[in-house]
Design a protein around this ligand. Structure first.
Ligand code: G1P
Length: 292
């Protein structure tokens, strides 16, 4: 039986050293793309996919994330008094309902698999989603929704897939492909950050997952992999004998906002998609490009 995906895990414990000094006193997940923090893109995507409970795995210096998703009655009152209804709506959209949001801590930086494992009691014995907020996906249908739709067809573990240049396989988890129909890829193996010379394909796992609770059982073993970290990819691979595994070539565009170029490109793409900004921004960009 296919169980509904109700819960999503957001690993937000990472330090964000690549964005120093911006992230000296601010979580990297709060960096804004246009005017919305990265983490809110992931939360809104999860909502669109039908997620009901939001689980954050945090660490030191991340309390701004908790405040961000909490109500702010003083600010609401102020906006109401000033008749700023649209801003009020934005504010309310960024508030998650009490009881529908949980926080737990990853007390040691032991890798992505470990971060997900830290949420095991909050997840319980049911399938769940994982969203890595560094990756944002500009899609007509939310990327996680595309994964959930595929999961409803095939069950098991389902991940988002990007085709990457061969020389980049050492940045990703990479699938060994059994069958590929263009949208759905059935995998019979996977490896974390393989050297291009050893990569089984160029189908790279992007930061969205729908996972069976069997993966949590594998994470209980706490086995370290590449870079001495507990890898989510290894735990998923260890369930291949009993859980079907599929990748989805999602429709849309992924931005790796964990790196500066990806982050800057995301700002351009999302600004050009905004009715209130696109005309003026496009004209300014076109003028600017002439000067290059
Ligand atoms: C993590 C995963 C990797 C995945 C990537 C996607 O790596 O371990 O399998 O391909 O996210 O962004 P990280 O980027 O944390 O090194």
């Amino acid at each position: 039986m296919i169980k509904k995906i109700r819960k999503a895990v957001f690993p937000v414990g990472g330090l964000g050293t690549r964005f120093l000094p911006a992230t000296k006193a601010m979580p990297k997940e709060m960096l804004p793309v246009v005017d919305k923090p990265l983490i809110q893109y992931a939360v809104e995507e999860a909502r669109e996919a039908g997620i009901e409970h939001f689980i954050f795995v945090t660490g030191h210096g991340k309390t701004a994330i908790e405040d961000h998703f909490d109500a702010n009655p003083n600010l609401e009152k102020l906006l109401m008094n000033d008749g700023k209804w649209q801003l009020l709506e934005f504010l309310r959209n960024s508030t998650l309902e009490s009881g529908k949001i949980s926080y737990t801590r990853q007390s040691e930086p032991k890798g992505l698999g470990h971060a997900v494992w830290c949420a095991r009691d909050l997840i319980g014995d049911e399938p769940f989603a994982v969203l890595l907020p560094d990756d944002i996906f500009h899609c007509k249908t939310a990327c996680l929704k595309q994964l959930v739709d595929a999961y409803n067809e095939v069950g098991g573990n389902v991940v988002a897939i990007n085709d990457v240049p061969l020389e980049q396989t050492n940045r990703y988890g990479v699938l060994s492909v059994e069958k590929d129909d263009g949208r759905l890829i059935k995998a019979n193996g996977m490896v974390e950050k393989p050297d291009p010379s050893a990569a089984p394909s160029t189908c790279a796992i992007s930061g969205r997952y729908v996972l069976s609770p069997e993966v949590l059982k594998e994470l209980d073993n706490q086995k370290a992999g590449v870079k001495g970290e507990i890898q989510l990819t290894d735990a998923m691979a260890a369930t291949l004998d009993r859980v079907p595994f599929h990748g989805v070539r999602f429709e849309g565009r992924r931005f790796d906002c964990g790196n500066k170029i990806g982050f800057l490109m995301a700002n351009i793409e999302y600004a050009l998609d905004r009715d209130d900004l696109k005309d003026e921004f496009k004209a300014s960009l076109q003028e600017f490009i002439k000067t290059l």
